[in-house]
Ligand binder design. Structure first.
Ligand code: BF8
Length: 656
């Protein structure tokens, strides 16, 4: 068993981990320990299970077996495995994006139907009617997205525009022509576009029509599975090129659609103050944790928790009210838009239940451990699964249907409220610690803050007040002490006057340690130039840009700077990092950052070391192909130094 200080630098996790140990509750850290030693072939990526002649594995030390039964060598196997990881990550993000586009379409179609039935026309045309399960909360953004896509906006109702935008988005998933995605064409600056177009030719594969420009979001994912089927693609270069293409379908397609249309439906985030960490759970309240990724659900739970009848019921049952808090990315969605407090990041999902104060953990998709059900059994907590595509044995199933969103959300909240009397007060222990921070830095909010353009930021970079920008993303991974690398890398970069932007579990980590407070700029962890800039503009030295699908906000921001300077993204002094990467989604994000021209650091070594050619392509050759590559470095201090050196190299190339 680990000591509590070994698992996390977060004192709330430490407390709850110790509590779990005392109670004999198994957590992620014990399960990791039981997996030791983990399979060396798997860690190196040289195990192939793609057909039933296998499983095959390659001797990583150069002896026999050098090839699988079909003849595939280590590099082919490693590249194929990596492509499958990218495809799964891109699929998860993109299916989320599809769900949002379908929700917008459903809402627009319901507005049309209600209008025909004689309900108030104006409200329905504006999609502002409370009879609709989902409304258009940001009409300006809808128009902006439509204009980018080349859709005529003049004389059209909100309802008509919403329908057209949703249809273009959905077309990007299933289209069969060779053209690049409509969303990619609408958002990407021509200089970066050209790099995508020519990438395959540069890599010696001119038969890749249109280079690595993704054609259809689903198509690239399907083709990934096809290419990696036994007896299909065996060249690590073409396999990896397709990996870049698939990840770009995620970046400039699936994830971008998710972010943009979520803003349309639920509002574009604006700067707001909120709180983070397990201390946001409240002792006398019904606590509902929304966990997963899709705000299509969590937005409705937040709304339902304000329902007077449910609040009355909660009071009747002895609670002071209903406290909705977030976990993981769906938590970040409602944090960014409404300031709903966030209870924690990935490694705190079990810890939240161990407080004994959670009536319901309402989950949808991605990054939800099935173990939450086992931990919940030790308390009164109910795990409620809601997505038809994610069922948890032992959970309560209340499957969500967008058409009946309000009704179902109320049923979920009622289930949580009715569970309050089952709470054992003696078994409640909520850590006190929580931290405030400013969130909501969408691209629109950043532009607004800087007076309508990115000029102040660009000038600070050119002057050298800010050396560059780092996009920090990604998960927790129990192989790393929770949040340790997130915070170390952040501080080491800020000390060197690098402005941070970030998303996902990194953002929650940063918030928990006060990095999203403007006063953090006064600490010794922030260099003088960044401090001056942050103070001048009244911002924290690091900006929370949202959930993992919102990594696209970072791309759009980088693209805007690149446009202003008439450069491709790869010429900018920017870097990415996933200090504690864990998921296949993180692999897709890392790949699309690199493919888009942002050199990216990984703090966890991905399963590729068994393929020397693959390693060379990923860490060196990609510089010539897309102008960026991967840096792999588990030590956070060395990693920050390497990232800074990359920024300085880019500055030198630009002559600044
Ligand atoms: O999408 S950062 S552990 S919660 S994958 Fe998951 Fe990683 Fe957290 Fe959200 Ni992103």
């Amino acid at each position: 068993m680990k000591k509590y200080k070994e698992v996390s630098i977060d004192s709330t996790t430490q407390q709850m981990y110790e509590r779990a140990q005392e109670m004999g509750i198994e957590t992620v850290w014990e399960r990791l320990e039981k997996q030791q030693p983990q399979c060396g072939y798997g860690l190196l990526g040289v195990c192939c299970r793609n057909c039933m002649m296998g499983p095959c594995r390659i001797n990583p030390f150069g002896g026999e077996p050098r090839r699988g039964v079909c003849g595939a060598d280590a590099d082919t196997i490693v590249a194929r495995n990596l492509l499958r990881m990218i495809a799964a990550g891109a699929a998860a993000h993109s299916d989320h994006g599809r769900h949002v586009a379908l929700t917008l379409l459903i809402a627009a179609e319901m507005a049309e139907k209600f209008k025909k039935e004689g309900k108030p026309v104006l409200e329905l045309d504006n999609m502002a009617s409370s009879t609709l399960p989902y409304q258009v909360r940001d009409v300006e953004k809808l128009k902006a997205v439509a204009e980018r896509l080349g859709i005529e906006t003049e004389g059209k109702t909100v309802r008509e525009l919403a329908k057209e935008v949703a249809e273009v988005a959905l077309h990007d998933f299933g289209k069969q022509d060779e053209e690049a995605l409509a969303f990619l064409k609408a958002y990407l600056n021509p200089k970066t576009y050209e790099i995508f177009e020519k990438a395959a030719e540069k890599a010696g594969m001119p038969w890749f029509e249109n280079g690595i420009l993704p054609r259809g979001i689903d198509r690239e994912i399907v083709e990934s599975l096809h290419r990696t089927h036994i007896g299909t693609d065996h060249d690590p270069v073409s396999i990896l090129l397709h990996g870049l293409k698939t990840s770009l379908g995620d970046a400039w397609g699936g994830s971008l659609i998710a972010t943009e249309l979520q803003d349309v439906l639920f509002g574009t985030p604006q700067v707001i103050k909120a709180e983070a960490n397990l201390g946001v759970l409240k002792e006398d309240y019904v606590n509902i944790v929304v966990h997963g990724h899709e705000p299509v659900l969590s937005e409705k739970i937040v709304e339902a928790a304000q329902d007077p009848e449910l609040l009355e019921l909660a009071e009747k049952l002895g609670a002071k009210g209903i406290n909705v808090v977030g976990m993981c990315c769906t938590g970040l969605e409602v944090l960014m838009r409404h300031g709903i407090p966030i209870a924690g990041n990935f490694l705190q999902q079990e810890m939240a239940i161990v407080t004994g104060a959670v009536e319901a953990m309402v989950v949808d998709v991605q990054c939800i451990m099935p173990a939450t059900v086992d931990v919940a059994r030790c308390f009164h907590t109910k795990i409620i699964d809601t997505s038809p595509l994610a069922t948890f044995p032992g959970a309560i199933h209340i499957k969500f249907d967008e058409r009946r969103a309000d009704e179902i959300a109320k049923e979920i909240v009622k289930t949580a409220v009715e569970n309050f009397p089952n709470r054992s007060k003696q078994r409640v222990e909520i850590p006190k610690e929580k931290m405030a921070g400013y969130v909501g830095f969408s691209v629109e909010a950043i532009l607004k803050h800087f007076g309508g353009s990115l000029k102040p930021l660009e000038e600070a970079i050119v002057e050298g007040k800010i050396k560059g920008v780092a996009g920090l993303v990604g998960c927790n991974n129990p192989k790393i002490k929770q949040d340790h690398n997130h915070i170390k890398i952040a501080n080491e970069l800020m000390k060197r006057d690098v402005l941070l932007i970030g998303t996902g579990c990194w953002a929650t980590a940063a918030m928990k340690y006060g990095i999203f407070l403007p006063e953090y700029a006064d600490t010794e962890n922030v260099g003088p130039g960044l401090r001056e800039f942050a103070k001048e503009w009244g911002i924290p030295p690091a900006l929370n840009m949202g959930s993992c699908v919102d990594c696209t906000r970072m791309l759009v921001l980088a693209d805007l700077i690149a446009r202003d300077l008439n450069l491709p993204i790869s010429a900018l002094p920017v870097v990415g990092s996933a200090p504690e990467a864990m998921t296949e989604k993180a692999v897709s994000i890392g790949t699309y950052f690199v493919a888009s021209g942002i050199t990216t650091h990984l703090g966890i070594v991905p399963p590729v070391l068994g393929g020397p050619k693959v390693v060379k392509i990923l860490t060196q050759d990609l510089y010539d192909i897309v102008g960026a590559a991967f840096i792999v470095e588990p030590d956070p201090y060395k990693a920050a130094k390497l990232m800074y050196e990359h920024i300085m190299k880019k500055r030198k190339e630009l002559g600044i």
